[in-house]
Design a protein around this ligand. Structure first.
Ligand code: AMP
Ligand code: MG
Length: 476
């Protein structure tokens, strides 16, 4: 076990120098309180959960104290936002505090989101509100527990500083953990500003720090691109299988590690709807649920463009063409698990499509329907309007499952508790009144979403009427 006060830092990204990031000191929160912490994320840093109870924990993660060997920096990057290139973005409200090395030799970036203004804040105040910090915390914990690659969240703190969005809110900070904070947009920034020396430096750094195994390959750059593509396709498959809508799949929100990154107005689907758009600023539906795989591939094309100084365009195009088949393969594998189907059969894809079409037509609750199917409960029928069509599908499903179906495995793939918008909303409303117990309760359920808790079955319910169409904006 490590002590928070004795953290060992090795700030490799900071050492790349001022072309890559700018030194900035966090602006502390007034009268900070700890909203929530994650014991499993603390473990990544070799911390015991009790460390979160000490005053030092809250001081460090609300910008009041800083380790002498940490080196807080705002990173520069750019990116394609809603399809258009934005030449200069960067950390406008978050700082890479430094890289902690754990007992296994892993480097973990400590990124404090909401730490105040930076040279990249543009018109923004550099702050994050409590609502969005809680949402990011819960989502990364929920995705992690579902087995979907994601950045992690160590804790959320809140202060008395007022922050003005559509209304006055409280400033908060989220401590995000990831083994890298390099985004596709980092590569785009150096490529489009024609800083090819720095682009090469970034590529070498990413290879060394994130993809050392690729350095053994004949063409390390290509090997890395291939690996990012595979991971990104697998990640999006996880999203589609659990109904996760990211909401802002801009290239600056795409991690070079192929993990879910930068949570904004995301949503887990309640009623199944391929056309669901969770970000109410997304008027064109660019990031609608069903478009996510194609958008991820589009983002991979943006990344490919930045590698054209090193890899033939034709070679990159050929790699990019593998995205959808890889996605499909992961998607089918995971859907079969949810449905309890052993092995792979030729008609699987069609049978899954038919189920989703029935759900789309009925507005069936995506997660609950699949959970009831896995439990073998006949009440699943009640979620479908065309009962005859569903009965027909069910007969084929039972036939497909056969006798060697693994019921336990299906139950382990179908969560009882899902981070539904209405649950997050209830927890946020209480937290805004100073009561953090709801956030903590919801977190404990989402951290073990497959385990039934008889005292908390109301959290497994579909949304009440008011909770069906909650609009989430980008302004957070
Ligand atoms: P996001 O939508 O959170 O991915 O942010 C997009 C860009 O806007 C990033 O460069 C952020 O750092 C920046 N940004 C978002 N909110 C703020 C804010 N309140 N203050 C300063 N910059 C912000
Ligand atoms: Mg972002």
């Amino acid at each position: 076990m490590a002590l928070l006060s004795d953290f060992q830092f090795d700030n490799r990204f900071a050492q790349l120098g001022d072309n890559f990031s700018t030194r900035v000191t966090p602006e502390p929160l007034r009268n900070p309180r700890l909203v929530i912490s994650s014991p499993s994320a603390m473990q990544l840093l070799d911390l015991s959960p009790e460390e979160a109870d000490g005053a030092l924990f809250t001081e460090l993660f609300s910008g009041h104290k800083i380790w002498s060997s940490a080196e807080p920096r705002a990173m520069v990057y750019s990116g394609h936002q809603f399809g258009s290139y934005n030449p200069k973005l960067g950390d406008g409200r978050g700082l890479l505090l430094g890289e902690v090395v754990n007992h296994a030799g892993e480097h973990w970036d400590l990124h404090l989101k909401g730490a105040g203004s930076t040279p990249y804040s543009r018109m923004g105040d550099g702050r994050a509100v409590l609502r969005s910090s809680i949402r990011e915390f819960l989502a990364s914990e929920a995705l992690y527990a579902l087995g979907i690659p994601t950045s992690r969240a160590l804790c959320v703190t809140v202060g008395d500083n007022p922050v003005y969005r559509e209304r006055e809110e409280r400033a908060a900070m989220l401590l995000r953990l990831s083994q890298s904070h390099i985004r596709f947009g980092h590569f785009e920034y150096f490529y489009y500003t024609r800083q090819h020396t720095q682009l090469r430096e970034l590529l070498n750094f990413t290879l060394r720090s994130c993809y050392p195994e690729c350095l053994k390959e004949a063409n390390p750059d290509l090997a890395m691109y291939r690996e990012v593509l595979q991971r990104t396709a697998a990640m999006v498959a996880g999203w589609q299988v659990y109904g996760f809508c990211h909401g802002v799949m801009n290239t600056d929100n795409m991690s070079i590690l192929g993990i879910t990154f930068d949570f904004g107005p995301y949503a887990f689907l309640d009623a199944f709807d391929l056309n669901h758009v969770c970000n109410h600023s997304d008027h064109e539906g660019r990031y609608a649920f069903h478009r996510q795989p194609a958008i991820a591939q589009w983002n991979m094309a943006c990344l490919a463009q930045t590698l054209t100084p090193y890899i033939e365009a034709e070679t990159l195009k050929a790699e990019l063409a593998h995205f959808m088949p890889i996605f499909e393969q992961h998607y089918l594998r995971l859907m079969r698990r949810r449905l309890g189907w052993a092995g792979a059969q030729r008609g699987d894809s069609k049978q899954i499509e038919q189920l989703l079409q029935l759900m789309q037509d009925s507005g069936s609750d995506f997660n609950l329907s699949l959970r009831l199917l896995a439990e073998g409960k006949s009440e699943v029928r009640d979620h479908f309007i065309d009962r005859d069509a569903f009965d027909h599908w069910l007969a084929e499903h039972l036939h497909r499952k056969g006798n060697n179906a693994d019921q336990d495995q299906a139950l382990q793939a179908n969560p009882i508790y899902l981070l539904r918008n209405y649950l997050a909303q209830n927890a946020i409303a209480a937290a805004e009144q100073g009561d953090f117990s709801e956030v903590r309760q919801l977190h404990s359920l989402l951290a073990a979403p497959f385990s039934e808790r008889p005292d908390a079955m109301e959290y497994a319910a579909v949304p009440p009427d008011w909770g069906r169409h909650i609009e989430i904006s980008c302004s957070s």
